[in-house]
Design a protein around this ligand. Structure first.
Ligand code: NAP
Ligand code: ZN
Length: 337
């Protein structure tokens, strides 16, 4: 089979199409004929040598978390899925025994990790991590959900966003950003979305953002967002200066949930503003398999249409990462092996 492997960690030129033996499913596993696999900024960090998870000794490395396709072989002991089933992988890998696995939520597992390997013709995965796809939910659409949409959904829930809230989404044009805008609308909340690109912002407004603010300078954004209103919640996947920005804009008692560091791994905050304003800053990573199942149901019901900007054949995986690196894209990019 073919796989899109990272063979060096210097950026998109490090992606090569390699031949590998087709893997056989072990006990409890299934092999999926991969029809679609979305890419995420997480994969780009790895490819740019900016992730502690993969180092040059680990190369070649095949990433790809968000796998959707058709089961084509099952290992011993697998009874819940059968060849021919259309499925979506929840990429969570958990120990199953720690207190968080026992009490939930599972994404707090003390040994939490993620499946990697979907950028290939076939992927062997844990059968217990599969979500069944209704006929009306295509595999390209489904592949958008497991990382970006589940993370945004879980963040909105942790921020206790409800109908009528104003949610600030800095950097609203990428995977997590667009998902936050669309899912906030599903919850009945209003959003203020920002981007450095006017054309991408137009698209985010079409996708449901109530207010669009163009710009990238945090001080300019502070003024423009204040003109719109006082956010009840901030969905912050950027980190860096956007953490202080979000905190300063929040209403008293407001919640900011943080999941990323695209604009910087360190943030300064105004500590008195935090405690005098009774504000909350909440860290969040991924979500649960139950979150993913809920999102598939929302898509099936017609309440959510994940935004897939472009699909790429496996041979063009490098081009997909280059487009993400150049900030040319909106929503999700999906590789279709
Ligand atoms: N903890 C978790 O479980 C989890 C899960 C998913 C993602 N994440 C993190 O969340 C972040 C977003 O992931 P993603 O896959 O949605 O990424 P993405 O699709 O590449 O996000 C693109 C968005 O980020 C903005 N952006 C890119 N570079 C920027 C910069 N230097 N300064 C300010 N804004 C910038 C873009 O703004 P423009 O519109 O201006 O181009 C765009 O809105 C990443 O840090 C990722 O690691 C974490
Ligand atoms: Zn655990």
């Amino acid at each position: 089979m073919r796989a899109a492997a990272f063979t060096d960690l210097t950026g998109p030129d490090g992606v090569e199409i390699v031949d590998r033996p087709t893997p056989e499913p072990g006990r409890g596993d299934v092999r999926i004929d991969v029809e679609a696999c979305a890419i995420n900024r997480h994969d780009l960090w790895i490819l740019e040598g900016d992730s502690a998870m993969v180092e040059t000794d680990d190369l070649p490395f095949v990433t790809g978390l968000d796998v959707a396709g058709v089961v084509d072989a099952v290992g011993d002991g697998v009874t819940d899925v059968a060849p021919g089933d259309r499925v979506l992988l929840c990429p969570n890998e958990t120990c199953g025994t720690c207190r968080f696995c026992r009490e939930g939520p599972e994404n707090l597992c003390e040994s939490f990790s993620l499946y990697h390997g979907g950028l290939a013709d076939a992927a062997v995965v844990d059968a217990a991590r599969l979500v069944s796809l209704p006929d009306s939910v295509g595999t390209t659409t489904a592949a958008a959900l497991p990382t970006a949409y589940v993370t945004a959904y879980h963040m909105l829930r942790r921020a206790a966003v409800s109908a009528g809230d104003l949610v600030f989404v800095p950097g609203a044009t990428g995977g997590v950003g667009v998902a936050a805008v669309q899912l906030a609308a599903v919850l009945g909340a209003r959003t203020v979305a920002t981007s450095s690109s006017a054309s991408k912002l137009d698209r985010v407004a079409e996708l449901g953002a109530d207010h669009a603010v163009l710009g990238s300078d945090p001080d300019d954004l502070r003024d423009a967002v204040s003109d719109v209103g006082t956010p009840d919640a901030v969905i912050n996947h950027l980190g860096g200066p956007y953490t202080d920005l979000g905190l300063s804009l929040l209403r008293r008692g407001g919640r900011m949930v943080v999941c990323g560091r695209t604009a910087g791994a360190r943030s300064e905050i105004d500590v008195p503003d935090l405690f005098l304003g009774h504000k909350r800053v909440i860290g969040s990573t991924m979500g649960t398999q139950a979150d993913l199942e809920r999102l598939v149901s929302l898509v099936e019901a017609g309440d959510l249409t994940p935004e897939v900007d472009e699909t790429y054949p496996l041979e063009s995986t490098a081009a997909a990462f280059a487009a993400m690196q150049e900030r040319e894209t909106i929503g999700k990019l999906v590789v279709t092996p």
